[in-house]
Design a protein around this ligand. Sequence first.
Ligand SMILES: Cc1cc2nc3c(=O)[nH]c(=O)nc-3n(C[C@H](O)[C@H](O)[C@H](O)COP(=O)(O)OP(=O)(O)OC[C@H]3O[C@@H](n4cnc5c(N)ncnc54)[C@H](O)[C@@H]3O)c2cc1C
Length: 482
Amino acid sequence: MRIAIIGGGIAGLAAAYELEKARTAGAAVDYALFEERPRLGGSIDSEMVGGAVLERGPDSFLTEKPAAAELCRELGLGGELIPSNDAARKTYIVTRNRLVALPDGLMFLVPTKLVPTAMTRLFSVRTKLRMALELLHPPRPSEVDESVAALVKRHFGQEAVDRLADPLLSGIYGGDATQLSAQTVLPRLVEMETKYGSLTRGMLAAHRKMRALAKNSSKTQNRGTAIFTALRGGMGTLVDAIAERLDATSVRTSTPVRGIEKTAQGWKVLSDGVSEEFDALIMAAPAWIAGELLAPVDAVLGAELGGIPYSSSITVNLIYDEKKIGPLPDGFGFLVPVVEGRAMLACTFAHRKFLGRTPPGKAVFRAFLGGKKRTDLLTESDQALVEVVQREMREILGAKTFGAEVKPEFAQVTRWPRAMAQYAVGHKERMRRVNARLTALPGLRLVGNAYDGIGVPDCIRLGRKAARELAGVPEPAAAGKR
Ligand SMILES: Cc1cc2nc3c(=O)[nH]c(=O)nc-3n(C[C@H](O)[C@H](O)[C@H](O)COP(=O)(O)OP(=O)(O)OC[C@H]3O[C@@H](n4cnc5c(N)ncnc54)[C@H](O)[C@@H]3O)c2cc1C
């Protein structure tokens, strides 16, 4: 069986890796990976500058989703995995130009501890009262999807949307809480509302359960509990390790796919004037490109895929000499609510979040800008973006930390146009319709961040699953949706 993979981001690479494994194990499979850019990795793009790891795209993955760490271990990178420095984990929300720490006990946007919630300067007294009364919220069936903003507003009020949901989601998804689907992005909260009514009561019950489970499992195994896991040399190490395993003649970089045709036997892929026949197709390009390529095969499917919204973002990495900047607040960094009216959505103190990736005496700041509401920033020059980040850092962290004369030793700007899929209200329904169309197109699989999870582990899980299905390799035991 010959399989074409379109897109060499992490989803396409994970698929190629699985097919290569099957091929070398003797299965009758062969593949070709088409990637438009000269390099592999898609949104994963790391660079080492003066001994500091700079991440243009993802800097880590969620530890609770094991697909990424599992793949790293399989590739011999187990010793390169490093946990986030959770002992120093503290995140601030910029509130009227001041940094206010997220209150202790906050879980998935839900306050669970009375005293820290009552004491925080993040919310007004009115919102705090509302949070207390939320315990009385009656259960509500969840058949109809709504936005994250609508769900949070019903439970905790508009201020919780502006000061909590919006910055947390725009910092993660570059998204907009008024657009993102509660059913898809926060399914646990939707389930809790159906069962308990109050999200706080639901979260406390889930927490009790988790603690009991952790107590039992700690008797049998010693699991790391860091929230994020990264690779010592950067996320690009994973891309390089996969690329090394692949059959070099099967990987075609700088080769954009221009068209796809369905034939009686399978699929025809057209790239730069060359047409090749395949038995199956793994589509790992962003959904808006998949939609364009698949429209001539199935116009309805093409329109559904083209309808999945994407957000654009910008990362700005700055390296400073630590001696030249003043003391920083404790913690990993801060998030900036849209209501603050700034260009920055978030800023990570990268040298604090992961230890050992920055040389001693240096500090690395990773600012995240753009998102759904500030697409205008994409057309600004690098210099203008660096200047705006420096100015906002000075205004937020204070002139004592960043005096006007303090300049970064190195600045790197990366634009990510339409890179992050947004699970908008109705996403689950859209995916039902997409999957129904796919039943008429056997041999076609869609993988990537637009479908069933935005993060790196989800993309790896989907890529490997698609490859196994097509190559007829059985799923490993316990490989559910993890
Ligand atoms: C700034 C940023 C920060 C992020 N931070 C995190 C994080 O910390 N943790 C985390 O888990 N996730 C994070 N994410 C999300 C995660 O990185 C992505 O969801 C994931 O890497 C997407 O992988 P993918 O393979 O689906 O798509 P992509 O990486 O977008 O890859 C798709 C590939 O398809 C190629 N392509 C497009 N058209 C064609 C064509 N016609 N022919 C051939 N090739 C084509 C593209 O060039 C690209 O290489 C972040 C994303 C961004 C942008």
